[in-house]
Design a protein around this ligand. Sequence first.
Ligand code: PMP
Length: 368
Amino acid sequence: MSETSPKLRAELDGIPTYKPGKPGKPTASGGPAAYKLSSNENPYPPLSGVMERAIEAAGAFNRYPDLACSGLMEELADRFGVPVSHLATGTGSVGVAQQLLQATSGPGDEVIYAWRSFEAYPIITQIAGAASIKVPLTPGDAHDLDAMAEAITERTRLIFVCNPNNPTGTVVRRAELERFLDRVPGDVLVVLDEAYREFIRPGRGAEGGEVPDGVEIYRDRPNVAVLRTFSKAYGLAGLRVGFAIAHEPVAAALRKTAVPFGVSQIAQEAAIASLRAEDELLGRVGALVAERERVHAGLVGQGWTVPETQANFVWLRLGERTVAFAAACEAAGVVVRPFPGEGVRVTIGEHEANDLFLQAAETFRKEM
Ligand code: PMP
């Protein structure tokens, strides 16, 4: 065998690997299977109409899918009141985020985002060969948009604003977002990552103003793109379909950088059926939001400091206690998502799972 190995791009050195949430598994004591609260998934099984349409599409998987996702694009155009030319799809919104990087950034360029935020941002930025400029969250675990605006240089190509923010659940409000966007040069793309949009409830935190809908914000701002997904509220995480809404040059660039045939026909059909069953699906989201409020209030009642969350998860800043807390939850039957040294993100799941988590948190707190 030759001593040399293929030359790989130096940019790939040291890329952090994406850590998926740990799967649920039977507890060591042989107790009930653990609930998985580690990946912000929707705990509900697929709606019957969605399932049937997906199964029907599965009967033709000897064929390639519709490359242009035409049926889904039309459905989305209708649903959001945007032209088809302003849409692009991808293999989950993380796929579309990678297309955004490929379309805008390379070696010598800078990408700004808050930190901590969605852990794919540093990975896809580094794969593109661009530099990550991480702007710390405020002490309240929210985006510091003033600091992000100040971080812009002539090398900046893209800025992610994750709203609500993963993993803290905090939101950016309309006035501060518009003030920020007014400061961003027109040749820098701002991506509003709204993976958890459907979990936002109006009227909360009214003192800070409303949480804006990116689809309204993008309309008169050609340098704004909105990222959405079918993985969270719509419950299609395993099918990998997400999309962006952006003005034509950006959307066209995203269609160019997409993996050809990346979105399966099963995913396309399930997404269409989900949009048609939206009332029922979003009813389930309402139940999850009610559970979120219950969990949040429960934690606050136990004495924890928990940022207000508008997503399907809560964030506990535990610092050095993070790993021990995650282990305690696991022993109690719920798998959560630790970020060692920082905190724990816990997805809102089934009622029983949320109860187990609240009990584990209470016990841990008393022993602290
Ligand atoms: N954006 C954010 C903020 C997320 O939290 C996630 C999922 N963890 C995604 C995008 C990607 O989700 P998907 O690729 O399944 O659409």
